[in-house]
Design a protein around this ligand. Structure first.
Ligand code: FAD
Length: 546
């Protein structure tokens, strides 16, 4: 038999599965406690167990391997414009929407955004293709508030904790999902370039034109942009009309994407498509900004969650895999890499949940409303820029095993850059944050207060230097990325000092504040015991026992 038998597999780390992603994560439990939303604990344990289960992870893998297919016509040649998904994608959608990952923020006034952020943080450790329709459906509520006539029929269905993929009129469905279609071939960042036209037809309008990116095309309705004589305006396009007929929504092809493969993203054409005006004519971009602001918030939570997921995989592997006579984690240079990744993931998590808290308090506190407005683009920019670097470094921690599709890191790696691109690419996000800082004198003060709460002179000095750059509009624009990065680091450092571990906070400040942005993970200036402590404390509690 010699030569034909594969030797036993030894020294392979076991798959990270069969654990409760909430119960095993002390950082997340602390975030829930800080936000005063312990009422989410049973639901978080339930979702955490699902996220950590082999069953859910298998669904995630299948949904991304067997990607959606477009069926434009039926057998007889009638146009149907359907997208067919793998059953695992439907299973995941069913679980996410059933758990209220899209709806909870709007249902509970006592910390709904923070509690929902905990669920979304858990979900994104599992699968991100489902996160796209979940996020758009969540964020759509911000626009429904401006369309009371449409909201009467749709809002309840959008907030229902259920999933119904049937292509039927909303009246015949228990639950509905919503997408947003804005980007056209000639422009995505510059939406003033939209060319789709809208023409009055009775109580509604007829749209003619195209959209170059339209994700989750099987959603039940879309908020979209089209041009009226007054300018670019916002419209509501249901996929099915009240009489049961399908609205014209021609799916031309599906994008062959780098990642996010379980989710379809389509090119579509409107051909006399029925639509209803939302908000004022000519104010379409402003109307949809409310939705985009909420999707940007979700990207912040998702990016923090994906960092946690990458870190978990790296720490788990380094705990169980041996090289040169001891576990990888016991090698000081590996401990440095893992400790450094842990600092990044912890800072990101604290920032995401601080932002969620600001959303929760916005209704009653003007300062928090201002903070939420300006911190959302800052956090989106900063975390998205760090996410790809985290994913790559975590992948390398697994060696060759990280670079194969069976590893969860492969999917995270492909997914990571997308967060920086959609819902406003980095420069556009920088300009948005600079606009918010310029328009509202209180915005910088709110950020400085948040940083100042840590009573750390180095952080305060860094914020003072940013204030000087901001005072010169030209200088501010060319330094936009540096400004946002510095503010994000200061806010994260302040949060770590106040809520994290003192040693970790100091290491974060020493390594991030004056780094000039050019540093690899694993370059912390600390001794071996400190590195081992910092890496060890970041492990899931299931791995701490090993
Ligand atoms: C997988 C995927 C799914 C998507 N799904 C949807 C969807 O469902 N609905 C939808 O409407 N869109 C969707 N999009 C489109 C996405 O929102 C746009 O791609 C994005 O907003 C960027 O627009 P663009 O592609 O036209 O790039 P451009 O606008 O051409 O931008 C190119 C680059 O130029 C930079 N830039 C632009 N303006 C400036 C400036 N003033 N100063 C400095 N730099 C600038 C940008 O930051 C970017 O880096 C999706 C995209 C992807 C990749």
């Amino acid at each position: 038999m010699s030569g034909s038998r594969t030797p036993d597999a030894t020294n392979q780390s076991p798959p990270l599965e069969g654990y409760d992603a909430y119960g095993a994560d002390p950082w997340l439990r602390a975030a829930v406690r800080r936000a005063g939303v312990e009422w989410i604990t049973p639901a978080a344990h339930g979702l955490g167990q699902y996220v950590g289960s082999p069953e859910a992870q298998h669904h995630a893998s299948l949904a991304n391997r067997y990607t959606p297919e477009l069926r434009t016509h039926d057998r007889g040649g009638t146009r149907v414009d359907l997208v067919e998904y793998h059953p695992s994608y439907h299973a995941l959608m069913n679980r996410a929407l059933g758990a209220g990952v899209h709806s909870l923020a709007w249902k509970r006034a006592d910390g709904g955004f923070s509690a929902r952020a905990a669920l979304f943080y858990l979900w994104n450790q599992l699968e991100q293709g489902v996160s796209c329709p979940v996020t758009m459906t969540f964020a759509s509520i911000a626009v429904f508030d401006q369309a009371p006539g449409i909201a009467r029929e749709w809002r309840g269905k959008v907030l229902a904790d259920a999933y119904d993929p049937q292509p039927l009129p909303v009246a015949r469905k228990p639950a509905a999902t919503i997408g947003m279609a804005m980007t056209e071939k000639q422009g995505g960042s510059d939406l003033r370039a939209v060319r789709t036209t809208a023409t009055r037809d009775g109580m509604g309008y007829r749209l003619n034109g195209h959209k170059w990116f339209c994700s989750a095309p099987m959603s039940d309705a879309f908020f979209t942009l089209a041009v009226l004589p007054e300018g670019v305006s916002c419209f509501f396009v249901p996929r099915s009309l009240a009489d049961g007929a399908r609205n014209t929504f021609l799916i031309q092809r599906l994008k062959d994407k780098v990642g996010n493969r379980s989710n379809a993203s389509a090119e579509i054409e409107y051909l006399d498509t029925m639509a209803w005006l939302v908000g004022e004519p000519g104010r379409g971009i402003a109307t949809l900004i409310g939705m985009a602001h909420h999707t940007r918030f979700d990207i912040v939570v998702a990016a923090a969650s994906m960092m946690r997921s990458a870190l978990n995989q790296a720490l788990h592997h380094a705990t169980h895999r041996w090289a040169f006579g001891k576990p990888l984690l016991s090698h000081v240079l590996m401990a440095n890499v893992l400790a450094d990744l842990a600092l990044e993931a912890e800072g990101a998590q604290l920032l995401a949940f601080r932002l969620a808290r600001a959303f929760d308090l916005s209704a009653s506190d003007e300062g928090e409303r201002g903070l939420q407005r300006v911190l959302t683009p800052i956090a989106k920019y900063a975390l998205c820029k760090r996410l790809s670097a985290v994913a790559v470094e975590a992948m390398e921690c697994l060696g060759g095993n990280g670079y194969v599709e069976e590893s969860a890191l492969a999917r995270l790696y492909r997914e990571a850059p997308l967060n920086g691109i959609w819902e406003g690419s980095a420069n556009v996000i920088c300009l948005d944050a600079l606009r918010a800082l310029a328009r509202s004198p209180g915005a910088f003060a709110a950020l400085a207060d948040e940083v100042g709460a840590a009573r750390d002179r180095r952080l305060d000095r860094a914020m003072d230097s940013i204030k000087v750059v901001l005072a010169d509009a030209d200088r501010a624009q060319s330094n936009g990325r540096r400004i946002l990065e510095t503010i994000a680091v200061c806010v994260q450092a302040s949060l770590m000092k106040r809520h994290g571990d003192a040693e970790a906070a100091q290491a974060y400040i020493d390594s991030r504040l004056d780094s000039g942005g050019a540093r690899a993970f694993g370059t912390l200036p600390l001794d071996a015991p400190a590195l081992t402590r910092l890496a060890g404390r970041a492990r899931l509690e299931t791995d701490q026992a090993s």
